[in-house]
Each structure stands twice: as structure tokens, then as C-alpha cells.
Ligand binder design. Structure first.
Ligand code: PMP
Length: 469
């Protein structure tokens, strides 16, 4: 099948923006993936170590046997009934066990549904309409209106939502308005993206929300199941009112949830409506139960962090040896990192050469439980070879590039370092940062579950738009 045939029947050829050819090194990267297993995918007959991992949902590894068995068993008994299954309760109880704020749970299929439901519940509970947000929260109208791609959304929705800057408490406070006539229903934010919260940022927001009667929602669509202790709220010791979960909950099966305090969730007993045919679909619920059980019995998250650390540190030894570790590095936390290069051409050449050496990269690099020592070491060998080529063509990377550099659909404003005249990347850093984070090269690791605050050299910069889906 040709890509032209695909384009005839599928807009852009994809269902998800991040899968578009122009988000990769077009004309070098494969257009389709044929199959996947463990830490690997196969495309055009070649095997690659997979780092985008389906854009984050694959936490144990592709086609993991333990989860597969649970799904297949469930298929034999049917997967959609017209009355609830007891397995829904079983999973809800599990979620309440592992997610600190969860007292009640409603299952949905996607992260966007989970965040949209959370915001709707918050509006119903507070009888207010405005929302403050920080990060990416999905494609639905209430949030998309603050992004670049907003055709088809009533402009009036723009009056109801405003962004604030990560790790900038003054910015947050400036958007709260009058405490005695507060119009804000919800604050929704990702707990971290590229840098950790500093100066008790999450705790400060938590207490301001309480003071102003605002529902505090953590969007843990990415961070739940990947952060130590199963969630960023448990890890950092801050309990929101509601939480949105998606991505990794079912090791790739489409399932997420909104969960939170019973008193707030109970607006669903009244006229706040969150309901869909597939909400209790059981192949995904069985997958989620199996995923959680496996994670609880196999130290999955610890291993993912260890392997993520190894990737970050080993990559740094490569760039150190070439004297470029101030220009090329990985940022983010161990379970999800992002490459920074001086220009998009340098980054594209690196992606191309990694692909030639059997490593498939994406906007964000995730780690799964199947990424063991051998996989990471194989990756590092490939990356060393790829970086040698990048180094060789440092002054003109385009010369060695066989395809087109990745395009960033959602671009971010210039970094503060840039504004201040530093030599920081003028293209890529702006493109990859979406959380107002620092460009610090090392990842500060919390010890014993307590977050160590990192000092960001730039003090954060405003999020213009998110840059991943
Ligand atoms: N919230 C966050 C933090 C996300 O990263 C995403 C997806 N990348 C979403 C919400 C939306 O999830 P989905 O794409 O499953 O609708």
C-alpha cells in the first residue's frame, strides 16, 4: 500500500498529529509500523528499538504477555455489556488505592475525555466557568481554544480559559482575580513536564485553590503510572481535588479515568453528565487490572527510572567526550526525556542516523519495562555512532541529511536565555520546551520520594502552546 493511497482516504494520513510524516524526518523515516513486541517495532522489514512507545501508553512493553492473557480471557466472555461488570468496581477500588485524591472514579477512553470530564465536573461543583491551565490537555474545544489550531471552535470559549506559566507563582497569582468574587472553577495543570516543581510550586497552587474555592485538577495523563509511587501527586506529596489519567493505564489499551474527592465527583449524581457507550468496555478494564497487578509485583516504575537515568547519563558521556554537552543533551525526567540540539537540522541528522542504526525516536522518548540493560546499551552504541556523524557535519548538518527536518506544529516563544542574549539554541529549544522549563543539563532526582527542587537558570518561560499529542 502506498502513502498516496492512505492520503486519499485519511486526512494527513494519520489519526494523531504526532504521527504525521513531517513530525519525523520525512523521506527517511518509515511511514507505517507493521508490528511491535516488547521494546521493539518493525517497519519496512526492519527492527527498531522503540522510544515513542505509541506516544506514551506502552508501559510494560508492546504485546506484553501478562496483559495479553487478561485481554484474551476477557474477549471470550464479551467486552461490552448493557449492565455494569463487577470488574469496573474492582478497577475503581484499585485506582482509589494507588491515586491519593481518588475516592470515586469514572472511566473514559482517552486523556482528552478525562481532562474534559474533570473540567466539567469542576464547573458543575463550583457553579463557576473560568479555567486556568498549564500544559497540554487534549483536543477538545474548552482547551484547544488556547492553541494555534482553533478553527471550528466558538471564539467565545476563549473568554473562559487562560494559561499560566509553570514554576511562576507570581504569574499564577496575577490570574486569580478577586478572592471574594472568584470566577475560576478549575485550575488544571500537568505536575511536571521538563523540569520539576520548584519553590513548592504545586503545594502553593494547592493552598491557593483551597483559599479561593477553586477545584485543583492534576492532569496526570502522562505522569500517572510513570512517576514513582504511581503518580506525581503521591511522589510530590500534594493532593489535588480531581485527577485525569490516561495513556499507560492499560499498557496501550484505550482507557483513562477522572477520579477525585467523593464530594466533588458526586455532581455526577445530578445533572452533570459524563457518560459513553464504551466507558465500561471490558477488554481495556481487564488490561488495566492486569497492568496494575503486574506493576505492583515487579517494581516496574523503579526499573523504568533506572533505565531512564542510564540513558541520560550514558548519552551525556557521549556528548562530553565530543565537547558538546552544553549544546546537545536530554532534558526531562527519566521516564520521559526530550532531546535538545542547537538546530532542528542537527536534531534531524541525529534522528536519521539513529534510525539507520536501529533506533526509532520521537518527540518525547519514553522508557518501558521491556527496555532492559541490553536495550539501553544497544541504544547508546547506536547513539554514539549517530553523534559521530552529527559531529562530523556540525557546521552543515543539512549536507548529510537525506530527508526533511521535523516540523513543530505548536511553537513556543523564545527562551528567556535567548531573550537575555545567551547562546542557547535558537530553534530547537524554543520548539521543544512547552512548560517554561529550564535548559539545565542534568536531571535532579528526588531522593526517597521527596522532590529536590531544581534551580532553573531561566526561571521559566511562558507556555505559548503545547507541542505534543
Ligand atoms: N493530557 C496530557 C498531559 C497529554 O499529554 C495528553 C496527550 N498527549 C492528553 C491530555 C490528551 O490525551 P489523548 O491524546 O489520549 O486524548
Amino acid at each position: 500500500m502506498s502513502w498516496e493511497e492512505t492520503l486519499k482516504v485519511i486526512p494527513d494520513g494519520v489519526q494523531t498529529l504526532s504521527k504525521m510524516p513531517n513530525k519525523h524526518v520525512n523521506r527517511v523515516y518509515p511511514k507505517y509500523i507493521d508490528r511491535a513486541k516488547g521494546a521493539y517495532v518493525w517497519a519496512d522489514g526492519k527492527k527498531y528499538i522503540d522510544y515513542p512507545l505509541g506516544l506514551g501508553p506502552v508501559i510494560l512493553g508492546h504485546g506484553h504477555e501478562y496483559v495479553n492473557r487478561a485481554i484474551v480471557d476477557q474477549l471470550q466472555d464479551g467486552i461490552v455489556y448493557s449492565l455494569p461488570s463487577k470488574k469496573e468496581t474492582e478497577l475503581a477500588v484499585k485506582i482509589c488505592d494507588i491515586i491519593p485524591c481518588a475516592e470515586k472514579v469514572r472511566f473514559v477512553k482517552t486523556g482528552s475525555e478525562a481532562t474534559s470530564a474533570a473540567v466539567k465536573i469542576a464547573r458543575a461543583y463550583t457553579k463557576r466557568e473560568k479555567v486556568l491551565c498549564c500544559g497540554y490537555h487534549g483536543w477538545h474545544d474548552w482547551f484547544s481554544i488556547v492553541n494555534e489550531k482553533k478553527d471550528g471552535i466558538p471564539t467565545i470559549l476563549g473568554d473562559l480559559i487562560e494559561k499560566f506559566t509553570y514554576n511562576d507563582l507570581d504569574d499564577f497569582k496575577s490570574k486569580l482575580g478577586d478572592k471574594h468574587n472568584c470566577q475560576i472553577a478549575a485550575v488544571i495543570m500537568e505536575p511536571y513536564i521538563l523540569e520539576e516543581p520548584k519553590d513548592s510550586f504545586l503545594h502553593e497552587i494547592r493552598s491557593l485553590c483551597t483559599e479561593y474555592g477553586i477545584v485543583f485538577i492534576l492532569d496526570e495523563v502522562v505522569t500517572a503510572f510513570r512517576t514513582k509511587k504511581f503518580s506525581a501527586q503521591a511522589y510530590y506529596g500534594v493532593t489535588p481535588d480531581l485527577t485525569a489519567i490516561g495513556k499507560a493505564m492499560g499498557n496501550g489499551m484505550p482507557i483513562g479515568c477522572v477520579c477525585g474527592k467523593a464530594e466533588i465527583m458526586d455532581v455526577l449524581l445530578g445533572d452533570c453528565f459524563v457518560s459513553s457507550t464504551f466507558g465500561g468496555e471490558l477488554a481495556s478494564i481487564a488490561a488495566a487490572l492486569a497492568t496494575i497487578e503486574y506493576m505492583e509485583t515487579h517494581s516496574v516504575i523503579d526499573k523504568i527510572w533506572r533505565m531512564g537515568d542510564r540513558l541520560i547519563e550514558s548519552f551525556k558521556t557521549i556528548t562530553d567526550s565530543m565537547g558538546i554537552s552544553d549544546k546537545v543533551y536530554l532534558k526531562g525526567l527519566p521516564p520521559r526525556t526530550f532531546f535538545v540540539f542547537p538546530t532542528v537540522e542537527h536534531k534531524a541528522l541525529f534522528w536519521q542516523e539513529c534510525l539507520y542504526r536501529g533506533v526509532l525516536l520521537g518527540y518525547a522518548q519514553f522508557i518501558s519495562y521491556s527496555h532492559d540493560l541490553n536495550v539501553i546499551d544497544e541504544t547508546i552504541t547506536a547513539m554514539r555512532g549517530a553523534m559521530k556523524i552529527v559531529r562530523k557535519h556540525w557546521d552543515n548538518p543539512r549536507q548529510a541529511l537525506k530527508g526533511d527536518p521535523q516540523e513543530e506544529t505548536f511553537r513556543l516563544p523564545e527562551s528567556k536565555e535567548k531573550e537575555n542574549g545567551s547562546k542557547e539554541d535558537d530553534n530547537e529549544a524554543g520548539a521543544t520546551n512547552r512548560d517554561g522549563s529550564s535548559n539545565s543539563k542534568s536531571v535532579a532526582k528526588p531522593e526517597h520520594g521527596i522532590a529536590k527542587n531544581t534551580v532553573s537558570p531561566d526561571g521559566g518561560r511562558p507556555i505559548k502552546v503545547p507541542a505534543k499529542l
